[in-house]
Design a protein around this ligand. Structure first.
Ligand SMILES: [Fe+2]
Length: 108
């Protein structure tokens, strides 16, 4: 799923989404041979890809991960960072999570 979202005047935004699940990267071809050589599993923890764009700022491309995922520490893509973790709070008929992002102003 993909979308294009706009923040409010405070820089806040909300997205409704299906909770992602962990997945395995393809294990055929050179990637599979490399994983076998490294004796590494092919799993990525559940995550969302996000790209932020704002006038006067560097574009920020990042991912969001969810606390408690068993694959966080051994992410085959090594994309996991502690500051990119959020927690899903159970709200009965849905779950909610939040995370703060900071964009770097363009250097002149
Ligand atoms: Fe991904």
């Amino acid at each position: 799923m993909r979308g294009h979202f706009h923040t409010d005047e405070n820089g806040d935004f909300k997205v409704k989404n299906i909770v992602p699940v962990p997945y395995a990267i393809p294990t055929n071809g050179p990637t599979g041979e490399f994983l076998e050589y490294m004796d590494h599993h092919p799993m990525r923890p559940a995550h969302l890809h996000i790209m932020f764009e704002a006038e006067g700022h560097d574009t920020l491309i990042t991912q969001v991960f969810f606390g408690g995922d068993e694959w966080l520490k051994t992410d085959v893509a090594e994309g996991f960072r502690n500051e990119l973790i959020t927690r899903l709070e159970d709200k009965g008929d849905h779950k909610e999570a939040s995370l703060n992002f900071m964009m770097r102003p363009l250097q002149e």
